[in-house]
Design a protein around this ligand. Structure first.
Ligand code: DGY
Length: 413
């Protein structure tokens, strides 16, 4: 983590990701907080210093020029004082800030800085419900796979095949000069990633228009669970800080959203699934997005079912939790979000399951996470069958999760 620290922000890993990423930073702050609370808060404050006037917090902040990454600021064209991307990422900051405050050793300064962050995080949550849930369903849509963080999930395959590719300017990928191309999204996926960026740019990054204009609108249970958990935790923090109106609104977002999550339960898969807002149907894809739903306060019988589903996946993979069901033909144990295990998602699922009383499965997930590090170091992600380290190395949030797990859970030897 210290090697990737650039002073007021942290890069996920040098080379492959040379800027500040939104959910990487918030989750990394949890790790920093164990040895430097002030530095942990700086990470989140830097992120929010680049919040857009409409409340959106961008997924990348391009603090310094670096040719080693594509797409850079010239492709996004967002016209910000410090260039940023124009889309967002899973809103873990509310959860992370609340947890850092709850555990603070140096309470005074932490609470003071949290007080300043609170309305900014709340504004981001309001932005989500205003611009990504225009019909008031209680759940928000992502409009680009990069927003989910699960860039090339099988969940998007059908919807993504409807995204056109005409008019995409020629480009040169940089990711595959840093990481094994077999671990990364395909060229065909990249062409569509860039199509959507160009489309949104042509609309002036006007969030009042982007949701309806996008041919990709997906209600992801994992993404929504993160948002709803952050709303619920921010409500508790706001109460503790005497910010009653933020608490009331945040709690209302969480309650309404958790009730709406029931529409994403797919009995055929025995787990939650994405809802394709353009096609108007649940997606037949047993991915980790539907298991990450357990990060928010879903009903106990649903948490039980998610735990059962993970326990069954545990008979097919050596390491929990594969990002896609290994029995499905699309499963690919090394390719980014089509099979590999990610420690950040493990951490969030285990946290939610433990809160729901599903301790056995939660413990197995934590133990597997540490076994992966022991076998394969601090990789970006891991093959769930072989533990092979995949993607980038020396990864900040993987290290942060290890610090977090070792300090907060009992992991049997
Ligand atoms: C990437 O470049 O791979 C990122 O996931 C996009 O944010």
């Amino acid at each position: 983590m210290q090697r990737n620290d650039r002073g007021h922000y942290t890069v996920p890993t040098a080379g492959l990701y040379p800027f500040q990423w939104n959910w990487d930073s918030a989750l990394s702050a949890l790790g920093f907080a164990h040895f430097d609370e002030a530095r942990a808060l700086t990470e989140i404050e830097t992120l929010f210093a680049h919040q857009w006037p409409d409340g959106m917090v961008p997924h990348i902040i391009f603090h310094q020029p670096d040719d080693g990454y594509f797409p850079g600021p010239d492709v996004w064209g967002t016209d910000r004082p410090v260039p940023t991307s124009g889309i967002t990422q899973p809103p873990v900051a509310g959860f992370a800030l609340a947890r850092i405050c709850n555990r603070a050793r140096d309470t005074g300064p932490v609470i003071e800085r949290a007080r300043a962050l609170l309305p900014r995080i709340h504004a981001w949550h309001q932005w989500f419900f205003r611009t990504r849930d225009p019909e008031g369903t209680g759940l928000v849509a992502i409009i680009h796979p990069w927003e989910s963080g699960r860039d090339n999930s099988v969940d998007w395959d059908d919807a993504f095949s409807r995204v056109p590719t005409e008019g995409v300017a020629p480009f040169k990928r940089r990711d595959i000069t840093h990481a094994n191309p077999a671990h990364r999204p395909t060229d065909a996926q990249y062409t569509r990633f860039i199509y959507l960026v160009q489309l949104f740019r042509s609309l002036g990054w006007d969030n009042a228009r982007l949701h309806d204009a996008s041919s990709f609108r997906m209600v992801d249970p994992g993404f929504n669970a993160i948002l709803l958990r952050s709303c619920a935790d921010l409500a508790d923090l706001a109460d503790a800080l005497g910010e009653g109106e933020i608490a009331r609104q945040s709690r209302a977002f969480a309650q309404r959203g958790i009730a709406a999550m029931e529409h994403l339960w797919n009995p055929a898969l025995d787990q939650y699934a994405c809802f394709d807002r353009v096609a108007g149907q649940l997606v037949d894809s047993p991915s980790i997005g539907g298991l990450l739903a357990a990060f928010c306060a879903i009903p106990p019988e649903r948490a039980r079912a998610v735990a059962g589903r993970i326990a069954r996946l545990g008979t097919q993979a050596r390491f929990m939790v594969p990002s896609h069901d290994p029995t499905r033909p699309e499963f690919d144990g090394k390719r980014y979000w089509r099979g590999p295990v990610w420690l950040i998602v493990n951490y969030m699922i285990a946290d939610g399951l433990a809160a729901a009383g599903e301790h056995e499965v939660a413990q197995r997930i934590q133990t597997d996470s540490i076994r992966l590090i022991e076998e394969s170091g601090f990789a970006e992600y891991y093959d769930p069958l072989t533990a092979e380290p995949c993607g980038g190395g020396s990864f900040t949030w993987t290290a942060a999760m290890v610090i977090e797990i070792l300090n907060t859970r009992r992991v049997p030897a």
